[in-house]
Design a protein around this ligand. Structure first.
Ligand code: AMP
Ligand code: MG
Length: 321
C-alpha cells in the first residue's frame, strides 16, 4: 500500500512530482485528453509498477510522453510523413507508433518484442509539459485507471480508483478533450489508424496526402481500443437509445433528449460531449443501482467517431467478469 499525495500543479508540486518519477515512483498527471499514470519510461521497475497498479495485461504496450518533437526524435525514427504530422498536431492528442531509434533509452517493455517500434506523444496540457520538462526524459503514461475500466478525466476519478496504489496525483481540474489520443502507426508504407481519438482521421489524411487505413485483424499489435470490452462502467450499457427503457438511466445528447437523466451536451456539441463522456459514465454508474445505462445516438463525425468507438467498447460483452 502506498500513500497517495495530492499535489497542486504549481512549481513546488511539479518539482515534487518530478522527484518521485526520478526515484521510480508513480505520478498521475493531467493531459488534455485524460489523466495519465506516469512512470520513468527508462526504468524497468517503474514501468513494471505501472502494469501492476493498473492490472494491465503485459501484451498491451505503453505510450512514451515527451516534452517536444526533439525529445521524441531521440527515441523514435521520423520519416517525412511522421515529421509532417508531428509538425502539425504536436503538442496535441496524437500518438505516433514509429520505429525505435535507441532502445537503450527505454525500458524493454516500452518496445514490444519483435516489433522494434515505440509509441510517442507530445501532450499539450501545460502541467504535463511542465512535468516532462522538469523530469527531463520520456514518461510512460497510460490512462490512470484500472485496466478495462472508464478513463479518468479528474484527479478525483484517479484517487477513487488508484488511491493507495500510486505515489501522487497532480490535480489540475478536469481534462479538456476528454477522450484519449488518436494512435497512428507509421512503421510501414501504409498509414494505419490504431485508435480514433482527439485528432480526426480526416485532418490526418489531409496532412499526409494519402488515405489512412483502419487496423486490420492481421496487424501484429492490438490497441486496447481493439479489445472487445474496454472503457467499461460496471453497469451494462445500451447504445443508440432514443428513449429511456425500463430499468434504465438515460444519457442524452442534443435537444431531442428531454427528460434524460444527464446529457453529454444539451446543445449537441460533440467537443463538449467528448469532454463530458467519461465523467458522465462514472456518475451514472454510481447512481445505477442495478439499472442499465442507455446512451443517445452520437453523430459519427469529427470527435464523435472517437466517442462512438469508446461507447461501443463500453457496451461490449464483458469477458473477464
Ligand atoms: P493507452 O492505453 O491509452 O496508454 O494506449 C496505449 C496504446 O498504444 C495501446 O493501444 C497500445 O497497443 C498502443 N501502442 C503502444 N505502443 C505501441 C507499439 N509499439 N505498437 C503498436 N501500438 C502501440
Ligand atoms: Mg486506457
Amino acid at each position: 500500500m502506498r500513500t497517495t499525495r495530492l499535489l497542486r500543479p504549481d512549481p513546488d508540486g511539479i518539482v515534487a512530482a518530478a522527484a518521485l518519477l526520478r526515484s521510480g515512483g508513480l505520478v498521475a498527471f493531467p493531459t488534455e485528453t485524460v489523466y495519465g499514470l506516469g512512470g520513468d519510461a527508462s526504468n524497468p521497475d517503474a514501468v513494471a509498477a505501472i502494469y501492476a497498479a493498473k492490472g494491465r495485461p503485459a501484451h498491451n504496450p505503453l505510450i512514451a510522453h515527451v516534452v517536444d518533437a526533439h525529445a521524441a526524435a531521440r527515441i523514435a525514427r521520423f520519416d517525412p510523413r511522421a515529421a509532417a504530422v508531428a509538425d502539425t498536431f504536436w503538442p496535441g492528442a496524437l500518438t505516433l507508433v514509429l520505429p525505435v531509434r535507441d532502445a537503450r533509452l527505454l525500458a524493454p517493455a516500452m518496445v514490444p518484442k519483435g516489433a522494434g517500434t515505440v509509441a510517442v506523444r507530445v501532450p499539450a496540457h501545460p502541467v504535463a509539459r511542465a512535468l516532462l520538462a522538469a523530469f527531463g526524459g520520456p514518461v510512460a503514461a497510460p490512462s490512470a485507471n484500472i485496466s478495462g475500466r472508464v478513463s479518468p478525466t479528474t484527479a478525483l476519478h484517479v484517487r477513487d480508483e488508484l488511491g493507495g496504489r500510486i505515489d501522487a496525483i497532480l490535480d489540475a481540474g478536469p481534462c479538456d478533450v476528454g477522450v484519449e489520443s488518436t494512435i497512428l502507426s507509421l512503421t510501414g508504407p501504409r498509414a494505419v489508424l490504431l485508435r480514433p481519438g482527439g485528432v480526426s482521421q480526416s485532418a490526418l489524411s489531409e496532412v499526409l496526402g494519402i488515405p489512412i487505413v483502419q487496423t486490420q485483424e492481421t496487424d501484429v499489435l492490438t490497441a486496447p481500443g481493439q479489445l472487445a470490452s474496454h472503457y467499461a462502467p460496471s453497469s451494462p450499457v445500451r447504445l443508440d437509445a432514443r428513449s429511456r427503457g425500463a430499468n434504465e438511466l438515460w444519457l442524452g445528447f442534443g435537444a431531442a433528449c428531454e427528460g434524460a437523466d444527464m446529457s453529454l451536451s444539451a446543445s449537441g456539441d460533440l467537443g463538449e460531449a467528448a469532454s463530458n463522456l467519461f465523467a458522465a459514465l462514472r456518475l451514472l454508474d454510481q447512481r445505477a443501482n442495478g439499472r442499465r445505462i442507455a446512451v443517445a445516438p452520437i453523430p459519427e463525425r469529427g470527435i464523435g467517431i472517437a466517442i462512438n468507438d469508446r461507447l461501443r467498447r463500453a457496451a461490449a460483452p464483458r469477458s473477464g467478469d
